[in-house]
Design a binder for this molecule. Structure first.
Ligand code: LMR
Length: 401
């Protein structure tokens, strides 16, 4: 018998998508979910994806068979090279278990389920703030969640000293630490290279287990190698860690649920045992992962021409977002909107963390049909040449009153 379950609040991001779709006002703007939009405000099929998809569908040997439990082999192999580098010494050491997952969320889930079973500590430290779904995923895997300081509202940047202090003085050996590999969601604030180096030292000294979430590689700066700095730096220095890799944003494959989990073990012998445990967990949860997105990504990564097209597509997306950051800032400055707006261009990736209050966000939704998260996060991809000026004016109005 099921005791009547209490109703709970809907997921804030998906709820916002529903509210936006239901809004009939003509000039509505969607700054909620992190999904890329073209300058015309439309979803964008990357040219590399379109070409690969056409090629796959024209292949007479195409079929709809199950993939292996660990996914499409050529996909996981090439995905691991994207994140760790073509000539990664770590990959050559065979210490990595790579599994195809149901996008980044599935990778977070599988990684958390594995650590919940096998890591010495069941505590995971997440940044304050972090992607809201991290809490749900880690709770579901029975990890205990603690937060470390990250965002400093005063500087609208990284709360570096408080972050270090917490890691140094409050964590216990074996605790897991969630790190956003680049383009932190929701703040768009990343540690500098020097800060990553210091973080790596603290994490080693405190014997923490690094849990990387990498959802924006190449999407943030336009350069795949640049955005993988932290992971590759850790790969040379840490015996154990894991990476959750999503191809939702950087291939625009949102609905195909295309991701991977890479678990780095101390030795290749341990890694092969980890493979068997991941197989058992994956089989129980999803049996085997969805095929189509993985086939597209594998085709692109295997073909130099399509690969080059992908790099161009990444630049198209990241450059448009950067341009929108500058344009929004300059509109706000010419309106003399109270406050400083440099953080809009200092932050990186899909999101800007505006500093708008929940009340101001609510007014933007209600009065201006501008949909954004109540924590002030906006998806920069929702801005375009046609709406950026009017959104700036609306922000100006709510900030003044
Ligand atoms: C977001 O943060 O908007 C995206 O990562 C989409 C999601 O699944 O929440």
């Amino acid at each position: 018998m099921i005791a009547a379950p209490p109703s709970i609040a809907p997921d804030p991001i998906f709820h916002l998508i529903g509210l936006y779709k239901a809004d009939t006002r003509a000039d509505k703007a969607d700054l909620g979910v992190g999904a890329y939009r073209s300058n015309e405000g439309k979803p964008w099929i990357l040219p590399c994806v379109k070409a690969a998809s056409e090629r796959i569908q024209a292949d007479p040997s195409y079929n709809h068979e199950y993939l292996a439990i660990s996914g499409l082999d050529e996909y996981t192999k090439s995905a691991s090279k994207v994140i760790f580098g073509q000539d990664s010494a770590l990959l050559k050491s065979n210490r990595v278990s790579s599994f195809q997952t149901v996008s980044g969320t599935g990778a977070n889930h599988l990684g958390a389920a594995f650590l919940s079973k096998f890591n010495s500590s069941k505590t995971i430290w997440v940044s304050d703030p972090t992607w809201g779904n991290h809490f749900k995923v880690f709770e579901t895997a029975n990890l205990q969640i603690k937060v470390y300081p990250y965002w400093d509202p005063a500087t609208r940047g990284l709360n570096w000293e408080a972050l270090k202090d917490t890691l140094q003085n409050q964590t216990s050996p074996g605790d897991i630490i969630l790190l956003h590999a680049c383009a932190h969601n929701p703040t768009g604030v990343d540690p500098t290279h020097q800060q990553w180096e210091e973080l790596s030292e603290i994490i080693s000294a405190k014997q923490l287990y690094p849990f990387f979430d990498a959802a924006y590689q190449g999407f943030a700066s336009g350069d795949l190698d640049h955005d993988a700095f932290a992971i590759r730096y850790f790969a040379e220095r840490h015996a154990e860690f894991l990476v959750c890799q999503s191809f939702a944003k950087n291939f625009g494959l949102y609905g195909e649920r295309t991701g991977a989990l890479h678990i780095v073990s101390k030795t290749s012998v341990v890694a092969r045992a980890v493979d068997t445990q991941l197989s058992a967990l994956q089989r129980a949860e999803i049996s085997s992962p969805p095929a189509y997105g993985a086939k597209i990504v594998a085709a692109i990564l295997a073909d130099p021409e399509l690969y080059q097209q992908w790099r161009n597509d990444l630049i198209t997306m990241s450059a448009r977002i950067k341009e929108m950051r500058t344009t929004l800032k300059s509109h706000l400055e010419s309106l003399k909107t109270p406050g400083t707006w440099d953080h809009l261009v200092d932050q990186i990736g899909m999101f800007a963390y505006t500093g708008l209050t929940p009340g101001q966000c609510q007014r933007l939704v209600n009065e201006f049909s501008i949909y954004l998260s109540s924590n002030g996060r906006v998806s920069m991809a929702g801005f375009n040449d046609s709406n950026v000026k009017s959104i700036a004016k609306a922000i100006d109005t709510v900030v003044r009153e």
